[in-house]
Design a protein around this ligand. Sequence first.
Ligand code: DQA
Length: 144
Amino acid sequence: MRILIINGPNINMLGIREKNIYGSKNYKDLIKYIKEYTKEKDIEIEIYQSNSEGQIINKIQEAYNLYDGIVINPAAYTHTSIAILDALKAVNIPTVEVHLTDVNKREDFRKISYVSYFAKKTIKGKGFDGYIEAIDFLKENYDK
Ligand code: DQA
């Protein structure tokens, strides 16, 4: 199974940004954590990060016919981007939305998620483990 993992703006700043909210582990730690988990399993992954909405949309479009599942943490674009939602709908690849923090327990503007209109599942507030749960969910339900 091939899974594309997409991280949106400022996820590359983990370990530096708002440590009281996001913790002290950095983006490299996240990549290592995911790769170590999938290594032993029959899952091919690509991990992509961009601060740009357009690049994230391009990446989703390029996933068409290449990936069997998408795990996406759209970060702040979660709450603003109909264009990312439309790109996901266009390629129609089973998608799980992940947030490191529990967005429902934060500011009101974080309670809206456009991506969740398409995502099969939303995992929030579980830190790095949320990505693992998302991968397992795709593997269990959408493996080819
Ligand atoms: C986030 C939550 C978003 O509201 C925020 O803009 C982020 C990260 C999370 O992983 O908890 O950048 O998606």
